[in-house]
Ligand binder design. Sequence first.
Ligand code: GLA
Ligand code: ZN
Length: 665
Amino acid sequence: MSLPPPTFARLHLGAAYYPEHWPEERWPEDIRLMRKARLTVARLAEFAWSTLEPTEGEFHFDWLDRAISALASAGIVSVLGTPTAAPPAWLVQQNPDLLAVDESGHRVQFGNRCHYCVNSPEFHAATRRIVGAMAERFGSTPHVIGWQLDNEYNRVCYCDRCRGLFQRYLAEKFGSLDALNRHWSTRYWSQTYSGWEQIPIPIGPHNPGLMLEFKHFVTESYRKFQRLQLDALRSHLRPGVWITHNFMGWFNGFDHYVLTRDLDLASWDWYVGTGHHDYLTSGAKHDLTHGFKRRNFWLIETQPGNVNWSSTNNTLNKGEARAMAWHAVAHGADAVLYWQWRSALGGQEQYHGALVDQSGQPRPFYEEVQQLGRDFAVASPLLSSSAVVSDVALLNSYDSRWSIQWQRHHRDFDYVAHFNHYYRPLAVRNIAADVISTDAPLEGYKLVIAPALLVLNGSRATRLRDFVERGGHLVLTIRCGMKDEYNALLPSRQPGPLADVAGVEVEEYYALLEPIPVAGEWFAGTSRLWAERLKVRDEASTQVIAHYGVANGWLDDQPAVTVHPHGEGRVYFVGSYLDDASQQSLLDRIVATARIEPVMETPVGVEARKRVNAEGVEVLIVINHTRAKQFVRLPWPAREHLSGQSVEGKLKLASYGVAVLTPLT
Ligand code: GLA
Ligand code: ZN
């Protein structure tokens, strides 16, 4: 289920372009090459503060104006970045105190990026000035279609000012020290606070309540910083011009649902780093970004062959990046932009992949982008204003993730890996799933999965209960329903307020040294890392799907996986971390019972996804993510748009081949 389709008129292909790195005489050649590859968008200015404002209040915008115009005359639109991730040397010299302070109390050094304290008033003033001036100058420029704020928010500051603001944030949130002390159980280890100024910023392990609130404070700090930029921009923008920020997939420095609320569009930066991409888990990152606004997004940066920052910066195989671009589109991306067009001769990223090399000539990878340019030109009319549609939602909760990360209980228990353990069996069957906030509406879904939804409050529980009552199928898993929103244990057994709808409660949880046996009618396998011993509350109607075998004695013969009817729907409780084959069998059964159909059946390694456009046409995108050729049986005679051919019966996909299909009428 998704919101109405977005209004982008086309599928965009582009690159980050830094004309300020090059003499202006070079620009026409760059633009000619961009045009030759059919790039339609360039991303400009995001780190150009020292060029745009070389001294306080002296703005040099003409060069950017000329770059935008030159691109526009080649049919290339621009997205402008606000340059605040790179506060210039003169600004830092005037306000040394705007540099962030790290955990050990040292000021960070100037000369990398994001070296600012996100709460510095001097930095805020300088941000307002540069963003306001850019907004006045470029807000109504016809060929600027969107803006990106800052770059990959990530820095956490530990300065005294941030500490003071954190204390103020707590005072506003809790109202009284009594309330704070109660929620955080501060009698424990004599942590009781009698003054707000006593409360530290947590460094390393600390009181779980304090740690969670600090994450909320960091989120709030970035939200305010972002608001300041939004306020400086919005009133100057032509109608239809959007504002985004480039997020980083599963990065967890703050709550992305809070930050994306104020933005028009979600976008993200996808890098593989070392190795190759795994479509069965990278899809979750696209779907996560899709879920920020619950509509199409931009892949605003991606890897042109190789990066420079990983342990081994291998290059993606020939054809792999094209398959990755189509994978992004298949999951709802309306644009794919490579980072970057050409590496600067100096600076920290000299060895990063690019489309053009140090000599100014296209690199071999440019060919692949040219092919994508042709692809997108053909497919754009078909796919613009189209949306992905899913019957399944996976709930993502930053609070739960943080809480688990700080108290893993088993060193290998990783929230995202466990999340993917539920995503992958769906992806391998070509079943689309939205990844959404635990607080998002659930209407329209047939199946909702809540992997390790540890933090459960009353309103979340009520919405899940309603969903099931109306006929939805809900999957609760290990570590669900353990804590309240202050990161305190709930005074009830798991899954807390959902125990009655689940028909079971968790009597005990166990971190496992070795996998233990779990078996039932649907599978016979093992549980690894973790096992919960379930107690059936409603004997009459709870079905035990699987029991533990001989394990630590406590778990022997106890229920491991159950299902319980509630209202029109049903609730599964999965108390095990099943081996992959058993997990696949379990999810296959759950999906079939919920009457969810795959997009199409394909061999493993081949992905099939669907986008539905404004005319109701279903566009099937089939991607071979392997180096071997593959064959897929088509459910209907189709037109393959990239080749312009008709296909019936068997579709042949070359190594990393892609097909974009609509039924032949
Ligand atoms: C990040 C940044 C880019 C660039 C790339 C390199 O995503 O946003 O500016 O540094 O990494 O991979
Ligand atoms: Zn600070």
